[in-house]
Design a protein around this ligand. Structure first.
Ligand code: SF4
Length: 480
């Protein structure tokens, strides 16, 4: 179920959305919209009288902390996950609770009480996938329609009925890539580099101007997310009383700096190039994104929300801090994202990007590998050195467990993004002074090792909050 052989675009890996979790927030949100689409397609939308949602496995165990209940309500309202003003979400949810009414599809009002209509079945796991949810719509005339979906990581959703159009999967790519070795072989044969190769495949879906515009929008959304996190103080929601730290770090790095976004981006160049300044800047960038993510802010899934800070941190380091700076920083962003996105899809095809399947190695580990490859390319690495950078980054995340305290994507998640970002930079630096031909472990080796490690990992370390820090530091997350 989890491992896929479909064609994956870079824009399937990088998706603009809402925190705090791609598998527990974005996936269920999209699943609810898929259920709505089915209702419209099959002609029973106008007969819906009530809707129930049943959450199973990891979605039930950590769904409250990850906002799964909020996500399914917004999805059933057909709210646009990419465009919604995230500051309006608390008000929308309060209104549903106080009026006990949900506007299904944005138009059809049905009685709805979250406590009654959303079931957290913590003792039940669906045999199809650890992240399963079922929608049940009661129709006029007593009929009931059901749909079960699996949130397989990174916001990807698969329906149990497999009744969705498969046009996407039928796209014929000029350079089909299943393994890192395939990409390296094409680069060698065509005498090209990784971003050019990936761009050739992307052209199967979109035009060149469209691709470039989207890549820049992804980078801008990431940077704006850092900026918001770097200028927001306070306590994160969820009951764990985690204090935001990015704003204070930003103040220390850019004292009295400009408060407008463009001025702040320019001021980052004044941070300095010392080791300590670089570490602090990269860490601040990652903290900022993941504090925004924890607060249901606008983030880019990269490849997941829990790990959404790693790539923006390394990308912004490359864009605004690194010396020497790229000749064309926006062009460098495009190429970074093309390379990083391809590495993310290699992990999705050969292993998993779902913590419920593979623990945190599948989130922070994959994002670190993606960032390492992207940065290595911008720093002048060959295609083989880029893959080597990704391999090194993942090699030192193998076995990392997922144990979020209270099921909230806060501890250890927020700080862990800083570690993933720093490891990515370290891996890129090692790779660009190394000979990939002499490496004992290839990226394909480490991807298959990660998958085997995922299979061997105890279930309690797979986004269940039943092991590790989550049981050492117990916390009760309030009901929705
Ligand atoms: S511990 Fe890692 S995988 Fe688990 S929720 Fe946090 S960031 Fe995601």
């Amino acid at each position: 179920m989890e491992r896929t052989r479909e064609s994956i675009s870079v824009f399937d890996i990088f998706k603009i959305g809402v925190g705090p979790s791609s598998s527990h927030t974005m996936g269920p949100w999209r699943a609810a919209q898929r259920f709505l689409n089915r209702a419209r397609r099959d002609g029973w939308f106008d007969r819906i009288q009530s809707v129930h949602v049943d959450l199973f496995g990891s979605l039930a165990k950590t769904g409250r902390g990850h906002g799964t209940d909020i996500a399914v309500m917004l999805g059933l309202m057909d709210a646009d996950v990419e465009a919604i003003d995230t500051t309006t979400i608390p008000g929308i949810i309060s209104e549903i609770k106080s009026k006990q009414v949900l506007r299904v599809g944005g138009t059809r009002e049905v009685p709805f009480t979250p406590m009654t209509h959303i079931g957290f079945h913590v003792t039940k796991t669906h045999p199809g996938h650890p992240n399963a949810l079922t929608f049940r719509a009661q129709l006029e005339g007593g009929e009931e329609m059901q749909g079960t979906f699996f949130s397989v990581g990174g916001g990807f959703v698969v329906s149990e009925e497999q009744d969705e159009p498969i046009a996407r999967q039928q796209v014929q790519l000029p350079f089909p890539i299943e393994l890192a070795a395939d990409a390296l072989r094409y680069c060698e044969e065509k005498g090209t580099n990784l971003p050019t190769l990936v761009m050739q495949n992307e052209l199967a879906w979109r035009t060149m101007p469209e691709i470039r515009e989207r890549l820049r929008r992804i980078a801008s959304t990431m940077f704006e997310c850092v900026w918001r996190g770097a200028h927001t103080e306070g306590i994160l929601p969820g009951g764990l009383n985690v204090k935001r730290r990015a704003a204070a770090m930003n103040q220390a790095l850019v004292p009295g700096g400009p408060t407008d976004y463009e001025g702040w981006l320019a001021a980052l160049r004044s941070i300095g190039t010392g080791f300590s300044e670089n570490l602090q800047a990269v860490s601040m960038f990652a903290l900022a994104v993941n504090e925004e993510n924890a607060a249901f802010g606008r983030v880019v899934t990269a490849p997941t929300n829990g790990a959404a800070g790693v790539i923006p941190a390394v990308l912004l380091y490359m864009f605004a801090v690194m010396e020497p700076e790229p000749a064309d920083p926006w062009r460098a962003c495009e190429e970074f994202l093309l390379v990083a996105g391809e590495v993310g899809s290699l992990f999705k095809k050969g292993a998993t990007i779902s913590a419920a399947m593979g623990g945190c190695q599948a989130e922070i580990g994959v994002s670190s590998a993606m960032a390492a490859a992207g940065l290595a390319h911008v720093r002048g690495a060959t295609a083989a050195q880029c893959m080597m950078a990704a391999e090194i980054a993942m090699e030192h995340h193998l076995g990392m467990t997922c144990d979020p305290i209270g099921g909230l994507v806060q501890v250890p998640c927020i700080e862990r993004n800083t570690m993933g970002a720093i490891k990515a930079i370290n891996a890129a630096e090692i790779a660009i002074i190394s000979d990939p031909a002499a490496a004992r472990v290839s990226l394909d080796d480490v991807i298959s090792t990660m998958w085997q490690t995922a299979l061997d990992m105890s279930e309690k370390y797979k986004e269940t909050s039943e092991g590790g820090l989550a049981v050492r530091i117990p916390v009760i997350v309030p009901e929705c």
